[in-house]
Design a protein around this ligand. Structure first.
Ligand SMILES: C[S@@+](CC[C@H](N)C(=O)[O-])C[C@H]1O[C@@H](n2cnc3c(N)ncnc32)[C@H](O)[C@@H]1O
Length: 191
């Protein structure tokens, strides 16, 4: 099996990658993560999805490809230049692009819960985890990547990652699978 062979890369993918490269943005989600998100999202009909950390929209493009017509996606980003790329490339009435601080958004959101959360920024992952996890429906997916050491990790981050994983493993309100694949993915399902 060639897991590096992707036959369904979103058409916008290359243009988004080029545009984010011009901004010297180096935190794009990779093809593996995008492909996994598309597959998981497709399991939820009329789903409600949340992405924390849109970047230029690479993972967003995969999530949209997996969604049916009745599903909706909210994606949060605090960098306007990046969000503009995503908005320009991914015009789609099923997605709401929100330019805001993820910390503020998570502490103030009062709407419906989500079927899948892709937590790809500090808020929602290493910070405000409880608030974020409370927004997930029972049976919903909580997905995180970059759990294997990355070149851009600041000093002290590896310990934070270890503590975060240990915290997840102790919880009785979820089940998880750790995968040393892509950048290191953890698939969590809320009980
Ligand atoms: C790992 S990147 C996201 C990559 C993106 N998911 C993709 O598919 O390429 C993390 C993103 O979170 C954003 N971010 C960081 N802190 C944030 C905050 N406090 N609120 C909202 N977004 C934030 C960064 O600007 C960056 O675009």
């Amino acid at each position: 099996m060639q897991d590096a062979l992707f036959t369904d890369v979103p058409v916008q993918y290359e243009k988004i990658a080029d545009a984010t490269t011009r901004l010297s943005f180096q935190m794009n989600s990779d093809l593996y993560t995008g492909s996994l998100l598309k597959t998981l999202v497709a399991s939820k009909h009329s789903g409600r999805f949340l992405e924390l950390g849109t970047g230029g929209g690479l993972a967003t493009s995969w999530i949209l490809e997996g969604m049916d017509n009745d599903s909706v996606l909210t994606t949060i980003e605090n960098n306007s230049a990046l969000l503009e790329i995503a908005q320009a490339m991914l015009a789609d009435q099923r997605v709401e692009f929100v330019l805001t601080d993820g910390y503020e958004w998570l502490q103030n959101y009062q709407g419906e819960k989500f079927d899948l959360i892709f937590a790809d920024a500090m808020p929602g992952k290493y910070d405000l985890f409880e608030e974020t996890f409370s927004l997930l429906k029972a049976g919903g997916f909580y997905i995180i990547d970059d759990m294997q050491p990355q070149p851009n990790w600041p000093s002290g981050h590896a310990e934070r990652v270890d503590d975060f994983i240990a915290m997840l493993e102790k919880r009785i309100d979820l089940v998880l699978t750790k995968m040393n694949w892509s950048t290191g993915i953890i698939i969590v399902v809320k009980k």
